[in-house]
Design a protein. Sequence first.
Lengths: 352, 310
Amino acid sequence: MGEKLLMKGNEVIAEAAIRAGCRHYFGYPITPQTEVAHYMAKRMPKIGGVFLQAESEVAAINMVYGAACTGVRVMTSSSSPGISLKQEGISYIAGAELPAVIVNIMRAGPGLGGILPAQGDYFQAVKGGGHGDFKMLVLAPCSVQELYELTVEAFNLADKYRIGTMILGDGTLGQMMEAVEFKDEENIVHYEKNWATNGTNMERDHNIITSIDTNPEILESWNLRLQDKYKQITENEVRVEEYNCDGADLIVAAYGSVARIVKNVIKMAQKEGIKVGLIRPITLWPFPVNSFEKYAEVTKAFLTVEMSAGQMVEDVRLAVNGKAPVSFYGRTGGIIPTQQEILDKIKSILNR
Amino acid sequence: MAYNLKEEAKKPERLSGGHRMCAGCGAPVVVRTILRALKPEDHAVIGAATGCLEVSTFLYPYTAWQDSFIHNAFENVGASISGAEAAYAAMKRRGKLEGETKFIAFGGDGGTYDIGLQSLSGAMERGHDMLYVCYDNGAYMNTGIQRSSATPKYADTTTSPAGKKIPGKQQWRKDLTEIMVEHHLPYVAQTAAIGNMKDLHEKSEKALYTKGPTFMNVLAPCPRGWQYNTPDLMDINKLAVETCFWPLYEVIDGKYVVNYKPKNKLPVKEFLKPQNRFKHIFKPGNEYMLEEIQEETDKRWEHLLKLAGE
């Protein structure tokens, strides 16, 4: 048994990164994730790590690029508008195949929006908000405990596949305090980084890290290699929680903090004799298509609940592929959907 | 007509009360004084970078601004006002508009020294007829007191926490006023809300009514970030000037004028002492920090006097 502490979500992300061996953090202030930076600013000097506050999000993500080239574990964090600014750098990280962890504690948008929680960045996280054909591995924790575990895992996955890996949380998760139980020892997987530009020591040829090639055939071959890698990730790294799905009249799809609300809705529904299940994607990309396929022909209907105007619902519809009706319920602007609202929606779908 | 604060204060407020800036904050004092320098008949288009001033004065659908107001993101108030001014200039050329409209951009030090510097520099180089005001409170106060490149060395902030391993912020502050002077603007000024506001008022008037791009860097103390007693705002301003930590000067078509030379220049510790963000530099063993700050303050002051030919 490890140490159990009551901690704020944002601080747990920072602590988890440090436990995962991250000693290089580049950030920039933005609500509601700034506590990640505060925690790093306090801890990194004590453990010989780097905390660096950049002059902008654009600078921070490019510092991540630079550090990742040397093969070290590196992280940045921001919130929605800041992630928009980082998108160019994220695309370059994908093109150069660099491992990096990018945290997005989402707030309400678009534009200035507000600082309350939202899930409106599903598209920019999962569909590759930047330019070009690329993907990020996207992990969606639903508790402070998962913020810890998935942040540690994000570094392993980033290194394994040389890919930008995003922790996609929202303002609720970042700001809430919850018990978190730390392990005595972390599962840090060490991958050979013979591609890193960390000095040849006159013993090997120079490594080159780049995303440019002016020869279209070569550039296409790079793209095909990326697509191969993405295929491999799709086959091997899907994570999902299926809850109460067997024999369910209706299955809700929800991720992150919304999924926790849905779990309470399931209990409420049970009291009224309605059997509701939950498919909670933990990896948003790769998306748990199989879980939806599995239940598409046995459940009566699906309902996707998001703190957005309807983003993940598109992937649910693709996965269900017309075999069952897929409804949507969402709140935007920083409003968290209530259990009653969701239950009412379920009942209206099932005509109960 | 000679400047008279009592007369000026009779003008209708263009930043009305009811905004949500903190008690003891320098920024609204600065803004109100600048806006009083506008001719009453002139309209203004005002932009603000994301920051305390913006979030506290423009809680949509409420606004404290009597003039037109535009905000979009953090890094681009220079560009946003450039666009508005360019459109205005084109409409004016075609004779579609009457009267005079002035264009003013406000940014804090985070939005000006750091993320907005590129946008500011572009606007100034292109020569838009606008005034850019940086209200400098020396950190990202809006998001909870993170260091900026305007934060003084050794200040304790949430991202430069003073402790055993690091002594607070480890770098000297960027000299933004000088960077703007190097843009060869017709008018650049550094000022503070001090005394009867004469210096700030007169500089605002010049900056607003000098054709072309003009820039003002105005000290705007922050009681939360600097950790002083809120009623002490005006004393803090005064101490910044009397210690030459924040000299009052202007550069008119490249010519430097130092507007105020203290008869008895106070040691910089007089300015630092009332601020708890510098608490640690007064602890035994940290004397070197104060010495360094004094040395740097003196160096920059001497350099300024030299530039002014004094």
